[in-house]
Design a protein around this ligand. Structure first.
Ligand code: SAM
Length: 348
């Protein structure tokens, strides 16, 4: 592969849908420099500015390509709700599903050497308006974009294979501009080491953001019956909230959901989601009757302890779970970024 040279010492990164900066931080750690970031969510902007740097606050639909500097690499974790299994699966019919077109518009204009897209697993089974698989449409568009096109590979990765104490599956697309030659090789899995919850929950007292979003009285009333490593299935019927009784009455119909999973200290935690609801998320502390604190949730997403969050009001506390759950785990981002740095931006 021809190595890509640049007059800057660090490859310049254009960050779309930046969120609070999980993906950006991983790339910064691997030696990239964020030259432009964008997100229209005020909570994400606040945390990004506190930790990473300046962020353009407009809706990407209102950003002209000329307002964006050139870059060597473009990253985009475009919104995942329309593709998520937890959502309605309207796929590209949901207007947010069309935001990948914004990525294409900006790639066509900037033609960075590399791009990285991140998304939920559901993207892989999403249909385009004409019935084709969205992935095939994406690959076809990107193969010829800007007349040069990209060699694109994609893979479903589990964050726990890349030094993240969490089982979280996400799909990554990496494209290398065809004139540079070569195809990206995803990094090898890394042996799991110290990823179980007991290694995450030993937060020193002086680390900030050790507050939690208090569970509803109904949730509190139920979780006291869930042992470490258990789930809602351990709650005696008479202590279930009415909507859970309905599901328990016909588990087959509801396909035996695994709500209120309380991962044990000897397990790797389940996926953190933006909603931080115990129904669908690994958010309950193994032995205390509460959610993980903001700091514990951030650690499960492999944010370092010096990454700052804002916890001065109930509204902000809830927002922190959202931006943390939305983020690409820092160590996963770092391992992909490092492989890109080695394969594309380093003279051998
Ligand atoms: C999945 S999150 C990205 C998280 C990020 N990759 C990280 O690692 O922290 C998607 C982000 O896209 C932002 N977003 C959604 N629609 C947008 C739009 N039209 N313009 C700008 N940002 C948008 C959301 O506010 C959200 O923060």
């Amino acid at each position: 592969m021809t190595k890509a040279s640049s007059q800057h010492t660090k490859p310049q990164l254009i960050s779309l849908f930046s969120g609070c900066g999980g993906l950006d931080l991983g790339f910064i750690k691997a030696g990239f420099e964020v030259v432009w970031a964008n997100d229209f969510d005020s909570d994400a902007q606040a945390i990004h500015e506190l930790n990473i740097g300046k962020i353009d606050k407009r809706d990407i639909l209102n950003v002209h390509e000329n307002d964006i500097p050139n870059g060597d690499i473009l990253t985009a974790g475009f919104p995942c709700q329309p593709f998520s299994n937890a959502g309605s699966r309207k796929g590209v019919y949901d207007s947010r599903g069309m935001l990948y077109k914004e990525c294409l518009r900006i790639i066509r204009s900037k033609m960075p050497k590399v791009f990285v897209f991140e998304n939920v697993k559901g993207l892989l089974s999403t249909k385009y308006i004409d019935g084709r698989n969205l992935v095939d449409v994406l690959l076809e568009d990107l193969a010829t974009i800007g007349d040069i096109g990209y060699n694109v590979v994609y893979k479903l990765l589990n964050a726990s294979d890349y030094e993240v104490p969490q089982n979280r599956q996400r799909v990554f697309f990496v494209g290398i501009r065809k004139d540079l030659g070569g195809t990206f090789q995803f990094p090898e899995k890394i042996k799991k080491h110290n990823l179980t919850l007991k290694h995450v929950l030993d937060v020193p007292k002086d680390v900030p953001n050790q507050v939690d979003w208090v569970l509803s009285p109904q949730a509190l009333g139920m979780i006291e019956y869930i042992p470490e490593g258990g789930s809602w299935k351990d709650i005696p019927y008479e202590h279930l909230a009415p909507r859970f009784k309905k599901i328990r009455d016909d588990m087959k119909k509801y396909r035996s959901p695994n709500f209120y999973r309380r991962f044990s200290r000897d397990e790797i935690c389940g996926t953190m989601t933006a909603s931080a609801q115990p129904e669908n998320c690994g958010i309950l502390h193994p032995i205390k009757n509460r959610r993980f604190t903001i700091r514990e949730a951030a650690r499960i997403q492999s944010f370092p302890d010096d990454f700052k969050f804002i916890d001065d009001s109930q509204k902000n506390i809830i927002a922190m779970y959202k931006v943390i759950g939305n983020a690409v785990p820092v160590n996963l981002a770092y391992n992909i970024a490092k492989a890109i740095m080695d394969q594309v931006f380093t003279e051998k």
